[in-house]
Design a protein around this ligand. Structure first.
Ligand code: ADP
Ligand code: MG
Length: 622
């Protein structure tokens, strides 16, 4: 200490922060390096700005960079920058009080959560004072860009600090930290290098650790699209995604208003969830001016977009926002909305202009889009435009969007129809699709188990109701074709029909609510339809399978009717047999019911069904 050294007391609030930093922050110590490197980068940025307007002469030749020295013998870590530096007054104002520092704003919140959960504070950025998480003493040697006298600030964090003149300094700031006994790893090169790569990889100035530049990948998201080569994008993707593959799609988006945003998002090649590697962590990192705020951020994109990798950078975010408060931060919510909408629009354009590419995206990541439709009400309408399905209007394996379906709807058709099936052939040949085929009405085939849930959550598309074709109350638009009337098949008389239905209901008992003549079956003898509720047969099958084959309580209220086809030769035969051979007629009725259940994708008792069908076959063979 020189004769000119002045001892000063920290402002009361600063002492409070220091106290928390020194005594409560054991976890996430790493972030002190991020804070100090960010300050250095800020100082360099400020100098770059000043040098444009003021043309300073002092130390004008000194290159703009951050250099870090690790002395693992003496356990000293030194971080030097060639930025604007500080005068004595600035030193006092900036490091003696927290009035200017960003940490001031968060002090209240910090002290509040300190009471609740000490480990949470580690998630805050506490600015310069975080140095005391790892250091027992901190020396700051600094000289302002204007070339005035340099100074040294010194403190052990215990209430006071000193400021004294210091000669022989260049422009900028040097922070010398004598590390605590349990923090000596921070004088190891590889530790510092690891932290820089994690948090400060994209600082726009060289960061050298013991002379070696460690930030080698550029923050390309801040550059204009036209200047970036494909290889640069790919290199960047590999860096942030820790991967070796190339991305499937990329979306680079910048805006100045209403928020300053630079976003660079990638869709990877593979979906690791689908190959059973468990639920993915979100892959988008949140930055503020190239400094990492939240890695694998849960807040910046909706959950169903967790397959994306990339960065979102916004200058409007405060650097030392806590990860906790990110979740309910209004600004973050706004960012998320803007980026999600733009990304959905990008996918929509991709689907229109680059169908083949989009279909391969769909095959890999369509499941996430469906999850979005089912769970995320906020964007449901937009996401629904991205859905693809096979339909009776497409070749096998070819897909169509709901929008295209609507554009092909017939006059008078007010609803969108779908039917599930375990395969396209099953859906096409089942009893439900036959009258659609006959009337030339398009029907969507929902071939994935989740599809019916998704469509029933969606409810409507483009103001048109989405209707499962196995619903009892389905009313198709009146057929305009005269021919249909002409080729009327021979039918049962009304009275016979009524008594047959009544008899079948007696046989089937509680298994069905009602048996009634069908207005829509063409060739099949019978079908099962669901009455009320929003649960389709497929949904019921899935719910039951989750319940080990027993009926799931959720589906209990789901009543079913059986519709029979009065024009079917088999049904007419049963009506005949009823009089001649009650017992056999009964076996046939049961078998017809089981077959209809199977076609609906529902459970039957296989043992009973098989024995019965053998009995029927034996009878045929005589
Ligand atoms: P914040 O960075 O949020 O302002 P900090 O506590 O990190 O808060 O820093 C407080 C202030 O100290 C900064 O605003 C800046 O004015 C000054 N400062 C810190 N580090 C440096 C540096 N390396 N060079 C110049 N000024 C600095
Ligand atoms: Mg700072």
């Amino acid at each position: 200490m020189t004769a000119q050294a002045q001892t000063k007391e920290f402002q009361a609030e600063t002492r409070k922060v220091l106290d928390i930093v020194i005594h409560s922050l054991y976890t996430e110590r790493d972030i002190f390096v991020r804070e100090l490197v960010s300050n250095a980068a800020d100082a360099l940025e400020k100098f770059r700005h000043i040098s444009l307007t003021e043309k300073p002469e002092f130390d004008a030749h000194v290159p703009l960079e951050i250099s870090i020295k690790c002395n693992n013998k003496k356990h000293i870590l030194t971080i030097t920058d060639t930025g604007i530096g500080m005068t004595a007054e600035e030193l006092e104002a900036n490091l003696g009080t927290i009035a200017h520092s960003g940490s001031g704003k968060f002090l209240a919140e910090l002290a509040e959560s300190a009471k609740k959960d000490v480990s949470l504070i580690g998630k805050f950025g506490v600015g310069f004072y975080s140095a005391f998480m790892a250091a027992k003493t901190v020396k700051v040697q600094t000289r302002s860009w204007d070339g005035s006298q340099g100074h040294e600030w010194f403190s052990d964090g215990n209430g006071t600090y000193t400021i004294s003149p210091c000669d022989g300094l260049h422009r900028g700031t040097k922070i010398i930290m004598e590390l605590k006994e349990d923090a000596q790893e921070y004088a190891e090169e590889f530790t510092i290098e690891r932290i820089i790569k994690q948090y400060s990889a994209f600082i726009p100035f060289p960061v050298k650790v013991d002379g070696k530049k460690v930030n080698t990948v550029e923050a390309i998201w801040t550059r204009s699209k036209s200047e970036i080569k494909d290889e640069e994008y790919t290199e960047f993707y590999k860096f942030i995604g820790n991967g070796y593959d190339e991305p499937m799609l990329r979306f680079h988006f910048s805006a100045d208003t209403p928020l300053a945003i630079n976003a660079l998002l990638f869709v990877p090649k593979d979906n690791f969830e689908s190959i059973g590697l468990g639920r993915m962590d979100p892959g988008v990192n949140l930055y503020c001016r190239r400094v990492l705020i939240d890695q694998h951020s849960k807040s910046i994109m909706p959950e169903w977009l967790r397959f994306l990798k990339g960065v979102v950078d916004s200058e409007d975010l405060p650097l030392n926002i806590s990860r906790q408060s990110l979740q309910d931060n209004a600004l973050v919510a706004k960012l998320r909305r803007v980026i999600t909408k733009r990304f959905l629009k990008f996918l929509d354009e991709e689907a229109r202009s680059n169908k083949e590419q989009y279909v391969s995206f769909w095959k890999t990541f369509g499941i996430f889009i469906k999850e979005g439709v089912a769970n995320d009400f906020e964007y449901q309408e937009e996401i629904a435009k991205l859905l693809l399905f096979e339909s009776s209007a497409t070749e096998a394996g070819v897909m169509t969007s709901l929008e295209d379906y609507v554009s092909r709807m017939k006059e008078g058709q007010k609803e969108i129809y779908y039917i599930s099936g375990q395969s396209r052939t099953a859906a096409e040949n089942g009893p439900y699709a036959e009258m659609f085929r006959k009337r030339g009405i398009e029907i969507i085939y929902t071939l994935e188990p989740i599809d019916d849930f998704v469509l029933s959550h969606l409810g409507k598309f483009d103001e048109k109701e989405l209707r499962s074709a196995d619903r009892a109350d389905l009313r198709l638009p009146e057929s305009t074709e005269k021919e249909e009337q002409k080729e009327q098949k021979e039918q049962l008389a009304d009275a016979v029909q009524t008594s047959l239905c009544k008899w079948m209901k007696e046989i089937l008992g509680e298994r069905v609510q009602e048996v009634k003549p069908s207005h829509r079956l063409v060739d099949s003898p019978a079908m099962i339809v669901s009455v009320g509720g929003h649960i389709t047969a497929t949904m019921e099958r899935i719910l039951s399978s989750q319940n080990h084959g027993k009926h799931n309580p959720m589906t209990m209220g789901n009543k079913k009717d059986m519709e029979i086809n009065p024009a079917s030769p088999l049904i007419r035969k049963v009506a005949d047999l009823r009089v001649k051979d009650q017992d056999f007629a009964k076996e046939l009725a049961e078998q017809i019911y089981d077959n209809a259940m199977i076609q609906a994708g529902l459970l039957v008792d296989p043992q009973q069904m098989v024995s019965r069908s053998y009995r029927i076959m034996e009878r045929m063979a005589v």
